[in-house]
Design a protein around this ligand. Structure first.
Ligand code: HEM
Length: 152
């Protein structure tokens, strides 16, 4: 993991509009998928924007999720009670990998780092989703940051 590059993953993906497209393409797939659609029964279009804003912050861009949307704790709380299975997590990863191939620049290291973040993050989402809605998560600390060498 010593393949250092200058700048942030946020800059390398091409900024917020690319992350919006990534999020939109992913949800188009997820909502059409028989295994995932039931999990997203309460989906609204704001979801697409919120995921893009979260990813921007994780990848070293603007801190909009912490500033306006409740930060790390709100992100974790959104997954409480969903009871995500490992099979659903793996399907989520497959659909995100397709979205990454469709929407991100053709830079293999960049794509790999982004998918490594999703592999890490979906395991946390699955774990948290096993606790009931409203569970007190304590202070999870600041929003995680992911760069060219993974978790910062
Ligand atoms: C790195 C992995 C993940 C990220 C970055 C992520 C991101 C987010 C964000 C930002 C929200 C809040 C949306 C909003 O405010 O409207 C959210 C909610 C949600 N996520 Fe995830 N998520 C991840 C993994 C997963 C997985 C693996 C599943 C299920 C298979 C999942 C299912 C959901 C659902 C159903 C909601 C909506 C909950 C509600 O109704 O409020 N997420 N996610």
């Amino acid at each position: 993991m010593n393949d250092q590059r200058p700048g942030t993953l946020y800059e390398a993906v091409g900024g917020i509009d690319v992350l919006r497209r990534l999020s939109r393409t992913f949800y188009r797939g997820a909502l059409a998928d028989p295994l995932l659609a039931p999990v997203f029964a309460d989906f609204t279009p704001t979801h697409i924007e919120h995921v893009a804003v979260w990813l921007a912050e994780v990848f070293g861009g603007p801190t909009g999720y912490t500033d306006r949307l409740g930060g790390h704790q709100a992100l974790l709380r959104a997954h409480l009670g969903l009871a995500v299975t490992e099979e659903q997590r793996l399907r989520w990863m497959e659909l995100m990998a397709e979205a990454v191939r469709a929407e991100l620049p053709g830079d293999e290291l960049l794509r790999r780092r982004v998918l490594e973040y999703f592999d890490w993050g979906t395991r946390i989402a699955e774990d948290v989703s096993g606790s009931p809605a409203g569970t007190d998560l304590g202070d999870p600390g600041p929003t995680p940051r992911w760069g060219w060498e993974g978790l910062k």
